[in-house]
Design a protein around this ligand. Structure first.
Ligand SMILES: [Zn+2]
Ligand SMILES: [Zn+2]
Ligand SMILES: [Zn+2]
Length: 646
């Protein structure tokens, strides 16, 4: 790759952005723009007209034609994305040093870096695989060690050293068979519950739900058609598009987001890794972004928003399909009514984008990035660079760039430090899990159109879990009565974030003022709530006024409720014992975790929540504790994540 040519590619990208932003600002100040924005029935009309005007005024066709001749394949990747012999050498000596010091996980990371930077088919690549294979063997990850040794043997590698690798493979196989025969049989993983009651209006939602209009300002929402019980599965939806957080690229597959120690390199760039050849050879997003990732796309627009907007075009079938879908969307008179019936991508386009609430500068910045991405797409995917495709494509990208921040969901995984938990089949038997060390961690960002229909509350009544295959499951966090609206939490919860912080953050990212029950009634933070501790109950029972002085009156009313009915009091106390047991640490082998949590705690926690729903007024510490516990149990059913370093 020629650095001069590469930097001129970035230069033309920059100049395109500047020109497009200026043209957009120009048009946004016109009467035509104001009129279109005020006509709320015109679907995609605003984005399309804006794209057409901008592309015409920057002479797009000429621009695209010139770029197509300059950006030929051999000029990729950008220097930042290219495989680098210097980085390879650095990573190799750092890896060997870590190996010497016994820092095995660090050594594995450094040798993975060597693998990403080595040229395909080279002896450097063979050495890097062989080195990582040794690290895996020492870690006790025999399956991974064998796979890496075999990868090295398929590459040019000296005969003498090859003998050593063959010996290592045989040794690992022997150790694996020993650990297999001594292992206890593991129960099958908890079966995934699927939606049995199909909803024709909302293909990924339970038949207990319906799409409704909340009010003019809040738009569409999901409402319970009948009573919903705590724990009911309400939405089970595949990701329309998804991306991995860029800081996890050395520990997770870029295509399927699975945690993986043994990443395979991209053959053309040094940036991403894949868990398998299948993922490597079938990732349509990386095929287009390869070479442009670290050098441009990662920083093109605000963290991961730009990359998810870009990936959503590929998920829609590529630039030409996306452009056709936009042209079709233009004919829907009532945009919001097409949800579900016109296909998944139309449902994505119909999500809230906040175009009317945005400032001209904000819109112009998004138009500029949309034009740059369209240029990259039209050159790299060799699609038609003519205006009739380019304008709807820019309109689609602009729409994505507006709707992603309002609608994208975090992809999460239940995560444990790797020293305490490993998914490697060869080392499961001895490992243990400390429940208190588990956290729910963000690993990516994805678009789920059905889940996006659920509005926000700082006091949500549903809970989301990312399951294997990036399927999103949404369950009722407490009983929801017929006619009640489903409410999700967009990140800030009343129990941990003060009202002012919640309001400011929601207004900035989601463009609305929250009027949920917690905001309206000024609920205190969790730490400011009086816990309904057994000693209060005892104090009331003994009528000991001194003990309860200064306590919250609302909670004391609830205390009185329990005292009135001693059987309920006993039930609460014994079930809270389960919560305490859950929170305190215990050990079990990794594959047993989900089963253990589900079979031992889920049913009891659900009954506790039903009971609390009837007997206490929220906000309430116990209620909050029970909800947090059941969320953790459900998360264990989802993705277990062991990526990262010690
Ligand atoms: Zn994968
Ligand atoms: Zn690549
Ligand atoms: Zn709120």
């Amino acid at each position: 790759a020629s650095p001069v040519k590469s930097s001129s590619m970035l230069q033309s990208m920059k100049s395109l952005g500047t020109k497009a932003a200026a043209a957009a600002l120009d048009w946004l100040g016109s009467n035509e723009a104001t009129n279109i924005l005020n006509d709320s029935t015109a679907s995609m009309e605003f984005e399309l007209r804006l794209a057409e005007r901008v592309l015409a005024s920057i002479d797009w066709s000429n621009y695209a034609a010139r770029s197509a001749t300059v950006w030929t394949k051999h000029q990729r990747p950008l220097p930042s994305d290219a495989k680098s012999p210097a980085r390879l050498a650095e990573a190799r000596s750092a890896g060997l040093e870590a190996l010497d010091c016994g820092l095995l996980r660090l050594a594995a990371l450094r040798f993975s870096e060597c693998i990403r930077h080595a040229q395909p088919g080279s002896s450097d690549l063979a050495v890097a695989f062989a080195n990582r294979s040794l690290v895996f063997k020492r870690l006790g990850c025999y399956a991974e060690a064998i796979a890496d040794a075999e990868a090295a043997l398929r590459l040019p590698y000296g005969d003498e050293r090859a003998g050593k690798l063959t010996g290592r493979i045989a040794d690992c196989q022997k150790r694996m068979s020993v650990s297999k025969s001594s292992s206890v049989s593991q129960p099958a993983a908890a079966s995934q519950s699927l939606l049995r009651d199909f909803n024709p209006q909302l293909p990924h939602a339970s038949a207990k739900l319906q799409l409704a209009l909340a009010d003019e300002s809040r738009g569409r929402c999901l409402v319970a058609l009948e009573d919903v019980d705590v724990g009911d599965l309400l939405v089970s939806e595949p990701a329309f598009s998804a991306i991995l957080l860029s800081n996890l690229r050395d520990s997770h597959c870029s295509a399927c987001l699975a945690p993986c120690q043994r990443l395979l390199p991209c053959s053309d760039c040094s940036v991403v890794g894949f868990c398998s050849e299948t993922c490597r050879d079938n990732d349509p997003v990386h095929r287009v972004e390869c070479g442009w990732l670290a050098g441009w796309l990662d920083s093109a627009f605000n963290a991961s928003i730009g990359r998810l907007a870009f990936a959503t075009v590929i998920a829609a079938g590529g630039p030409v399909s996306a452009a056709q879908a936009v042209a079709k969307a233009k004919n829907f008179k009532d945009f919001e009514s097409v949800f579900g019936s016109a296909g998944d991508y139309q449902s994505v386009l119909a999500l809230v984008a906040g175009e009317r609430q945005r400032e001209s500068r904000d819109l112009a910045q998004r138009v500029a990035v949309a034009c740059q991405m369209a240029l990259l797409l039209s050159v790299e995917s060799e699609s038609n660079s003519q205006l009739d495709v380019a304008a709807p494509l820019v309109a689609a990208l602009l729409r994505h760039l507006m709707l992603v921040p309002c609608n994208a969901h975090d992809v999460t995984a239940l995560s444990a430090p790797p020293s305490r938990l490993t998914t490697s089949s060869s080392t499961d038997n001895g490992s243990s899990v400390d429940i208190s060390a588990l956290t729910i961690r963000d690993i990516g960002s994805a678009v789920y159109p059905t889940a996006s229909l659920i509005n926000h509350s700082c006091d949500p009544n549903v809970s989301r879990v990312t399951c294997p295959g990036l399927r999103l499951e949404i369950r009722a966090l407490r009983p929801i009565a017929k006619g009640e609206e489903l409410l999700d939490n967009y990140g800030l919860h009343w129990a941990v974030h003060p009202k002012q912080q919640r309001q400011e953050s929601l207004a900035a990212q989601y463009l609305f003022d929250c009027d949920c029950v917690a905001c309206t009634n000024e609920w205190p933070l969790y730490d400011g709530l009086l816990a309904l501790e057994p000693r209060w109950i005892d104090a009331i029972a003994k009528d000991d006024k001194s003990e309860v002085e200064g306590a919250d009156k609302n909670n004391l009313d609830d205390v009185a409720n329990f005292v009135v009915d001693p059987t309920i009091k006993a039930e609460v106390e014994s079930t809270v014992g389960v919560v305490a047991e859950f929170v305190s640490s215990f050990s079990t082998s990794a594959p047993l975790l989900a089963n253990e949590l589900n079979s031992r705690f889920e049913a009891r926690l659900l009954s506790l929540i039903r009971l609390l729903q009837r007997r206490v007024r929220r906000p309430h510490r116990w209620f909050n504790d029970a909800e947090e516990c059941v969320k953790m149990v459900w998360s264990a059913r989802g993705c277990l994540d062991t990526g990262g370093t010690d």
